[in-house]
Design a protein around this ligand. Structure first.
Ligand code: PRT
Ligand code: MG
Length: 209
């Protein structure tokens, strides 16, 4: 049995067509049923539905053989102990700094609200800017509006969320896409099954160009 960890939401939606090309279609819909383990049309493959931030943990410990996670999550988690064989090019967005549209450019010391503490620390250190990082778990956009921080570091797709809150994107930290990650022991023990799946994904991605 191969277990694949996927998060509900945009990664799941974007991963479905990719999985389908490999003959993997969930039998239950995670949106309507509360099951966390989904059987699929392939009886040697099951999906586990977990929080996006938990995907690296499940794969690291071998609770899932492989998983699909955003590069943002992988970098923040520190996923050196995982194989990352494929960029799936799904759930794409940008990790950016953002500030109030009337705020001056960053100079000197800066307070930054984010859920990406490690990435943010590294980013500002690389620029030689002293940053005080305030860890939040959501609604980062609120922080500059209520004086909690000078700016935020968050994911941007359309930019609508920033705009709706009088914020604007400032600097690009990195482009983000979702990656396939594989448990190292599973890569050895279940090599044939995993390699076959990797080849199928790769074929689909190549077709997409
Ligand atoms: O939602 P939950 O708390 O359960 O977890 P999560 O937010 O980590 O999961 P989910 O499904 O929202 O995101 C999973 C992954 O999708 C992320 O780790 C990214 O790799 C990827 N992704 C791609 C995004 C976005 N695009 C995105 N736009 N994740 C989040 N957003 C959010 C962003 O944080 C901001 O709140 O969407 C808002 C901005 O979108 P625009 O279009 O208004 O710019
Ligand atoms: Mg979310």
């Amino acid at each position: 049995m191969l277990t694949i960890a996927v998060s509900k939401g945009r990664i799941y939606e974007d991963a479905l067509p990719l999985l389908a090309e490999a003959g993997i279609t969930p039998i239950d819909d995670p949106l309507t049923c509360r099951k966390l383990i989904l059987r699929t049309t392939r009886d040697d493959v099951q999906l586990v539905i977990i929080r996006a931030t938990d995907v690296p943990t499940f794969v690291e410990y071998g609770a899932a053989d492989m998983g699909i996670a955003g590069k943002d999550i992988l970098l923040e988690h520190g996923a050196e102990s995982l194989y990352e064989p494929l960029d799936l090019n799904i759930a794409c967005c940008r990790l950016m700094t953002a500030a109030h549209k009337d705020a001056p450019p960053i100079a000197g010391r800066v307070r930054v609200a984010t859920k990406y503490v490690k990435i943010t620390q590294r980013y500002f250190a690389g620029l030689g800017i002293q940053a005080e990082i305030i860890k939040l778990y959501g609604s980062m956009e609120l922080a500059p509006l209520v004086g909690l921080s000078d700016c935020i570091v968050d994911l941007v797709d359309t930019g609508n969320t920033l705009k709706a809150n009088d914020l604007e994107p400032r600097d690009l930290i990195m482009n983000i896409s979702s990656r396939l990650v594989v448990n190292k022991a599973a890569m050895k023990m279940k090599h044939q099954a995993i390699q076959t799946l990797l080849d199928q994904f790769e074929k689909t991605l190549a077709k997409r160009g």
